[in-house]
Design a protein around this ligand. Structure first.
Ligand code: SAM
Length: 330
């Protein structure tokens, strides 16, 4: 299959409906080549590095080049054009703005065990970040880009036909509720998150035409009652917190579930031997530099905490790339 075939195939994965004329315009844009001089002018690049930079992007398959100039590769056009609803570059922007610098002092974090962010002295790091509306939007958008692949895999692999309701705890912008709602018209779901998240979640869900089946509930998942549901999802949430908090969230989910209910935890799950999933291990170091006591963990670790919480059975299943889910059944 050529690149355009891949492009069309990728596009079928639940992005909001577009006007056909707008899509034709997208396609014409996608075809346009830009000579190096034009790109230098538009991007304000100095002559010295411009060609190497653009050709490095060609070598990384992020741009295509022919005699007429450069254009986006099919995947770049779909996922890294901020004007498109399928844009997934929020996580790259978030890395640029909030993660790059804390990693520069990794040595300090390794020697002290302390977070390296500007909010490291604040007790609740999410509340600190959310004081700035730009950072709030940036974090939530970034999470959508990060979680899109797992959300689609989760919608396709879990036996959703056995359940009618779900609640995504720490739902951020709502990528998981949206993908579940798109793929399974019988499901009704709730995104549960801090109150600041509500307008961003509701707009995202409305853009996909799902507001009648996917709603928002605000609260603190450590203190407030959890909205009733047959399945709770905890995606990229447990790794933000220390061991006691991880256990407490699983216990709270267990207590709120009906008999026969399920909890799904998905994460860049470290392999049980802690040898091969480099992305999962690096993500755990990411939690070292970004959070007070967060860390990533293996599927077996999570299954152990689920058993302690009371779940009668659990299993680990791969989702996509370095991500897996652990399912606990009550
Ligand atoms: C790392 S993000 C994960 C987002 C999403 N589940 C995903 O996989 O993309 C963690 C989420 O937990 C939410 N959160 C943090 N503390 C919370 C609390 N005490 N109660 C409810 N939600 C909280 C944050 O607002 C954020 O949306």
């Amino acid at each position: 299959m050529g690149k355009l075939g891949g492009f069309l195939q990728i596009e079928r994965h639940g992005v909001p409906q577009r006007d056909p004329l707008e899509r034709a315009q997208d396609y014409r844009e996608f075809q346009l080549q830009r000579p190096v001089e034009e790109l230098r002018d538009r991007l304000g690049l100095h002559r010295r590095g411009a060609r190497d930079f653009l050709d490095a992007l060609v070598a990384l398959d992020l741009l295509d080049r022919d005699n007429d100039g450069y254009r986006n590769s099919a995947e770049t056009d779909l996922y890294l054009d901020p004007a498109k609803p399928s844009y997934l570059g929020g996580m790259l922007e978030f890395h640029n703005r909030s993660i790059y610098l804390p990693w520069a002092t990794l040595t300090e974090a390794l020697r002290t065990g302390e977070a390296q962010t500007e909010f490291k002295d604040e007790e609740d790091q999410f509340a600190a970040v959310y004081r700035d509306p730009d950072r709030l939007t940036a974090l939530l958008t970034a999470m959508s880009g990060y979680s899109a692949g797992s959300a689609i895999a989760l919608a396709n692999t879990f036996p959703w036909d056995r359940y009618q309701t779900f609640c995504d705890l720490g739902a951020a912008q709502g990528m998981v509720p949206v993908q579940l709602g798109l793929r399974h018209p019988h499901l009704r779901g709730v995104g549960f998150d801090l109150p600041q998240v509500q307008p961003i979640f509701e707009k995202f869900v409305a853009d996909y035409g799902l507001s009648s089946r996917v709603t928002f509930s605000d609260g603190d998942f450590f203190a407030d009652s959890l909205p009733p549901a047959q399945v709770y999802v905890l995606g990229h949430v447990l790794h933000d917190w220390g061991l006691d908090a991880k256990r407490s969230l699983l216990r709270r989910a267990y207590e709120a579930l009906p008999e026969g209910g399920a909890v799904i935890v998905y994460e860049m799950m470290i392999d049980d031997e802690r040898r091969t999933n480099a992305a999962g291990l690096l993500m755990s170091l990411n939690m070292l530099v970004l959070s007070h006591d967060g860390f990533d963990y293996t599927g077996a670790d999570c299954q152990g905490w689920m058993a302690e919480a009371g779940f009668r059975e659990s299993y680990v299943q791969h989702l996509v790339g370095p991500e897996s889910m652990v399912v606990g059944l009550k």
